[in-house]
Design a binder for this molecule. Sequence first.
Ligand code: CA
Length: 285
Amino acid sequence: MIKCIATDMDGTLLNMHEKVSEANKRAIEHAQSKGVEVVVATGRSYLEARHALDEAGLKCPVISINGAVVWDEEGEMVASNPMDREDVERARAVLDEADIYYEVYTNKGTYTYDKKVSIETIVDLLVSAFPDVDPAYLEKRATERFDLGLVHVVPSYAELFADENIQCFKMLVFSGDQDLLGHTGGKLKEHTSLTVSSSGKENLEITSPSAQKGIALEKFVAKRNIALSDTMAIGDSYNDISMFEKAGKAVAMGNAIADIQRFCDEVTLSNHEDGVAHAIEKALK
Ligand code: CA
């Protein structure tokens, strides 16, 4: 019997408009009403995750930034796994040498050094991911992150990291150049002890090795005396693999790439077809 459900957000719980559908919301509330723990496990920062959950009126604990920071349902931080400072410096050197765009997730918020480059980079990637969607709408989405205060601008990352109170939780690298991403990921693994994962074919997610969704989920269920074998994880990408490995039941989204679908026990519908609701209702039967 499933006693805990962990769900990813982007490409999983959220549709292409970055919203929780009514069907997904109802399914989560149905599970919660039956005493099933529902935890969101995302690469997003807590603020970005909270924004989408608040819009839907959902209350649940959040494993944020791939497990770098964990929050209870009341919004209290219960665990944090920052990157080692020396590793941060080594990773910055690799990324600067590759001349590749990245944003940093810290205990003081998410930062970019250039708003214009951030918006252009994200719009380019969104346009290639959603060729049928109006580019003006995609630009609005890329800009909204700044308007909502989810991303801040600093003059340089050198200045940001000069502050010794700054803890870095994640570096999110963006590029449409697969070879450059692959090469840079290899260099990062060679020069740092950091975990290099990804949540889409156009990004790299760099975190502390202890910041992984699977590790966070294992601790989460242990605290609640729930066995991992009674846990279901739903996701669509490489940064979900650590929780797929731990959970008793691994469910891939219908929109997940073939590698991920092959890895899982089951494949549900896509995020445009309320795949999360479908998987939850099936598990509750
Ligand atoms: Ca995802």
